[in-house]
Design a protein around this ligand. Structure first.
Ligand code: BGC
Length: 718
């Protein structure tokens, strides 16, 4: 094999300035309001090294052929698309997939999506999206890993390995994609949840909350990083010193930094660049290699070079990084033919369906309404607001919703019951509605967000179920039939009354291309809902931002005392805590143990939970393991997630399940990798969610010395 460094350096040596800048430019079909671009001509001239949003093997093959055979140096293209949660077969949205709490599944779905996309000529995705978010007003919460940095870091690791293979082993294969960790960093903390707004978080919060998933992605070998659109305390991420100081220098990231869409030119609007030349110079000097869809590099870099605002060596270094990525993807060898594959992965299972049904979160099921029996009165389906494509969610790549049919899937899953749609729910009178529902045994009512209400550009000041839907929901509920609400959403939706009166509420998010079958699986009890909330669900809009690991207040909330950290017009606690989610059986955490109960730095300990299935049905649950540093130099959050233990138990069976933790995992998560735990007392807590009353806690002492300590089991009192 040719040595890449000498081959690529020699190639760079033969390039003109225009060809070099061309390698740093990503272009594609422009938005409707902008002038058309002649992609073929740009590629032929060597003026476009990467393209985005062009799909379909024939056209991509044609464009690659132009690059390879008709451009002067024959340099292949990076062909890019947002393959976030599937390519043609669409998995549930990322937030939903996180709810499965299963890193192996996260990896499998990324690998399956990568294989489908690469087979169709795409080589690079802008995923995983790793923005921790604690604000349901922000629509992009749907694309990300939820509120918890530890969980987000696990997710980052799994997704990068899924897209690229371990250590990038699949990059050269016809089944791998170059992954992009985005959006670096803290985009999830936009002011008041408003899209693209400024961000201002402390360095500590940056380190402990927003950076950990990016650090995990870099450790897993991600080959690209995308800076966020936003500014962080006045420094737009596209020209931020963090790209050089932290990402490249401290973390040793040597991959490609690709700007977000148009973000280099937006440095002017941010108020840090005078014009496109200045913007191009700022971004390139900060370390941004590829300018996605802005004119800044193409028009500004030649001038910036002339003016001495950038050095020729900066341009060469960026070009070298882009070419190295192309080399790592095997593009200089010519693209290999596709292997036969589909999104039914190697087990032969329907992976989108498995991922979807495991992502559903059963928020409540007061009267044991679910699963619905195989025999009984007809099932009335009321689903007038969301169309088929609304099952797919905001980044459906090339997935199509045509074949999705909830009514059909329910009819198939309940062969002995009639399933019928109620068309008059919207327009008819109460009398018409009553007569339509007469004789039915249960109503399945799907409510929630349409695709455009979620994702990018979909901040909502009122993250609620639309009034028009609620009005119908109240009329339906008033009929007195047991009503199962299916909630489609990309974020928690506040709906207090509805939560009280529906018999059961199943959050189905945007479940993807097999969402209808997956819903039928769960409603019929073929599978149980296994999802657990990856974000805290507020009672009221005024509680936002909200999450389940705040720092303790000097005056912790006491509902009887006004002068404590609470609201006078809303509960302090959320409606549902992080990790909440019911199954079709109930579990108890009967005992918790930590061995040993005193550890030194560098040692490890084992947390063991005794779990019992209290019901008459086999079920799966997850035990969350949290820590709390009782007293530290800097106050620690009341809960910090450090482990998850999945457990499946037969009816009435009990089992001891455990995990081993290292004492250095008692440290705060650190984006810069320099965190150490402080010796002293820690609580090790475990439960099925972050809800305080359900947690058991045991004291652990971290000390440099070895020796005994007092251990006591008690309830968590945070
Ligand atoms: C989004 C990115 C995305 C890019 C390309 C931008 O608007 O912020 O997440 O990768 O478009 O589609």
């Amino acid at each position: 094999m040719i040595k890449p460094v000498s081959f690529l350096a020699e190639l760079v040596g033969r390039m003109t300035l225009a060809e070099k800048i061309g390698q740093l430019v990503m272009t594609g079909p422009p938005p409707p309001d902008r002038p058309a671009v002649d992609l073929r001509d740009a590629i032929r001239r060597g003026a476009a090294g990467s393209i985005l949003n062009v799909t379909g093997r024939p056209v991509l093959d044609e464009l690659q052929a132009i690059a390879r055979q008709e451009s002067r140096l024959g340099i292949p293209l990076l062909t890019c698309l947002d393959v976030l949660h599937g390519y043609r077969s669409i998995f549930p949205i990322p937030l939903a997939e996180v709810a499965t709490l299963d890193p192996a599944l996260w990896e499998r779905t990324a690998a399956a999506a990568a294989a489908e996309a690469r087979r169709d000529g795409i080589v690079m995705t802008f995923a995983p999206m790793l923005d921790v978010c604690r604000d349901p007003r922000w629509g992009r919460m749907a694309e990300g890993p939820g509120e918890d940095p530890w969980l987000a870091a696990r997710y980052a690791d799994a997704k990068v390995k899924g897209f690229q293979g371990i250590d990038g082993a699949r990059l050269r294969q016809p089944t791998g994609l170059a992954a992009t960790a985005k959006h670096f960093v803290a985009y999830g903390a936009v002011t008041a949840g408003r899209e693209y707004a400024s961000v201002d978080v402390s360095r500590r919060t940056l380190d402990e909350v927003y950076l950990p998933p990016f650090r995990a992605a870099v450790s897993a070998g991600v080959v690209a990083v995308m800076p966020a659109f936003v500014d962080l305390a006045g420094e737009p991420m596209t020209s931020s010193a963090l790209l050089g100081d932290l990402l490249r220098t401290a973390w040793g990231f040597d991959g490609v930094i690709v700007s977000d869409y148009g973000a280099v030119a937006e440095l002017v609007a941010h108020g840090v660049a005078e014009d496109l030349t200045h913007a191009a110079a700022l971004a390139l000097s900060a370390g941004v290699d590829i300018d996605m869809m802005s004119p800044a590099y193409a028009t500004g870099l030649p001038v910036a070079l002339e003016k001495g605002l950038v050095l020729p060596s900066d341009i060469d270094a960026a070009v070298m990084r882009v070419l190295t990525l192309k080399w790592r993807l095997g593009l200089f060898d010519g693209e290999r033919g596709p292997t036969a594959l589909s999104c039914n992965d190697d087990d032969g299972l329907d992976l989108p369906r498995e991922a979807a049904r495991r992502s559903f979160v059963l928020l409540k099921d007061d009267r044991g309404a679910l699963p619905l029996g195989q025999h009984g009165d007809p099932i009335a389906l009321i689903d007038p607001w969301l169309d088929r494509s609304d099952m797919l969610g905001p980044w459906p790549a090339i997935g199509a919703g045509d074949a999705i049919d909830l009514g059909g899937a329910l009819a198939k899953a309940f062969p002995h019951r009639t399933v019928f749609a109620v068309p008059c729910a919207l327009a008819g009178s109460d009398e018409e509605l009553r007569s339509a529902l007469r004789g039915s045994g249960v109503v399945v009512l799907r409510l929630g967000e349409t695709t455009v209400m979620s994702g990018e550009g979909a901040s909502r000041a009122f993250p609620v179920i639309p009034d028009s839907q609620l009005a119908v929901a109240h009329r339906v509920l008033a009929m007195g039939l047991p009503t199962v609400v299916l909630l489609s959403c990309g974020r928690p939706l506040i709906a207090p009354d509805l939560l009280d009166s529906a018999a059961a509420i199943l959050v189905c998010w945007f479940p993807g291309s097999s969402g209808a079958e997956a819903l039928a699986d769960v409603l019929s009890g073929r599978s149980e809902p296994e999802g657990r909330l990856p974000v805290t669900w507020p009672h009221a809009i005024g509680q936002i931002p909200i999450h389940s690991s705040p720092r303790p207040a000097g005056r912790p909330a006491d509902e009887r005392d006004r002068f404590t950290s609470r609201y006078i017009d809303a509960p302090t606690a959320p409606r549902f805590w992080f990790g909440h989610g019911l199954g079709f059986t109930r579990f108890a955490l009967e005992r918790l143990d930590v061995m040993p109960d005193r550890v030194g730095l560098g040692e490890s300990f084992v947390v063991t939970a005794h779990v019992r299935n209290l019901g008459g049905r086999t079920g799966r649950t997850v035990v969350f393991v949290f820590i709390r540093d009782r007293t530290a130099h800097i106050a620690r959050p009341v809960l910090e997630l450090r482990g998850m233990i999945p457990v499946t138990l037969e009816p009435h069976a009990g089992a001891d399940v455990g995990i081993r933790l290292r004492s250095d995992e008692l440290a705060p998560l650190g984006g810069r990798g320099d965190q150490r735990p402080e010796p002293g007392d820690f609580d090790i807590l475990a439960g099925f969610s972050a809800e305080p009353s359900g947690l058991k806690a045991i004291r652990l002492v971290l000390s440099d010395l070895s020796g005994g300590s007092v251990k006591q089991e008690r309830r968590h009192d945070a």
